[in-house]
Design a binder for this molecule. Structure first.
Ligand SMILES: C[S@@+](CC[C@H](N)C(=O)[O-])C[C@H]1O[C@@H](n2cnc3c(N)ncnc32)[C@H](O)[C@@H]1O
Length: 211
């Protein structure tokens, strides 16, 4: 069985048994990035969104760690967090040679102590967390000055759509960051391994630098 966000029945992603999804999760082209063309498409986007200089990246709701791995391969120091122990086990395997920390924990309150990051990265996770504004405020508080939030989200399905429209996410980010950049991702089938009709996008919010 493969999983696509659009297949989930309710508006509450916490109803999904993520441990049960973990063994087959990477079978979706955009999850496992096993197709070199799909992998290259995500690697190219991340090269645009991530800072050029190696930094500390926190991947929240990392799943099996596919985007964490791309960030690590660019030289970033990765901390990855997921609530599902089965996802974390797979992410640890994937990142084993990269010195990444992979932790079991809540994406809304990652267990990172006083550690601060240059990037908080989240793909297809925010839509499941109960308080969008509070979560964004907390992630913002985990960033160093000049750090950035890289948020990849969407709205999936037509009958009972789930997700966050880009306009809503940009509005929620506005009080936190002076600058946001958004990209529509639906139009690039290389990212998904197929043509998609839903709204899919990335928003990058860059925080103010110190001084
Ligand atoms: C759709 S998957 C996305 C995984 C990964 N970000 C990716 O893009 O491949 C959602 C992930 O969020 C995790 N998740 C759901 N609720 C969470 C929470 N409150 N805290 C941490 N992780 C959570 C699930 O276990 C799952 O791995």
């Amino acid at each position: 069985m493969t999983f696509d966000v659009g297949n989930c029945e309710g508006a509450d992603g916490s109803a999904i048994d993520w441990d049960a999804q973990a063994p087959d999760f990477d079978e979706e082209p955009d999850h496992g990035l096993r197709d070199p063309l799909v992998r290259a498409a995500w690697a190219d986007r991340l090269a645009d969104w991530l800072p050029d200089e190696p930094g500390d990246v926190l991947d929240v709701g990392c799943g099996t760690g596919s985007l964490s791995l791309l960030a690590a391969e660019r030289g970033h120091r990765v901390t990855a967090v997921d609530l599902s122990a089965e996802m974390v086990a797979r992410a640890r395997q994937k990142l084993a040679e990269h010195g990444a920390r992979v932790l079991v924990g809540d994406a809304a309150r990652p267990p990172v102590g006083e550690h601060r990051f240059d990037v908080v990265l989240a793909r297809h996770v925010l839509w499941m967390l109960p308080d969008l504004e509070a979560t964004l405020r907390h992630w913002h508080s985990l960033l160093r000055p000049g750090g950035r939030l890289i948020l990849i989200e969407g709205v999936w399905g037509t009958v009972s759509p789930v997700g966050i429209p880009a306009t809503e996410l940009i509005r929620a980010l506005a009080p936190l960051v002076p600058h946001t950049h958004s990209e529509r991702l639906s139009g690039d089938p290389r990212l998904w391994g197929r043509t998609v009709e839903d709204e899919r996008y990335a928003v990058v919010g860059v925080t103010a630098s110190e001084g």
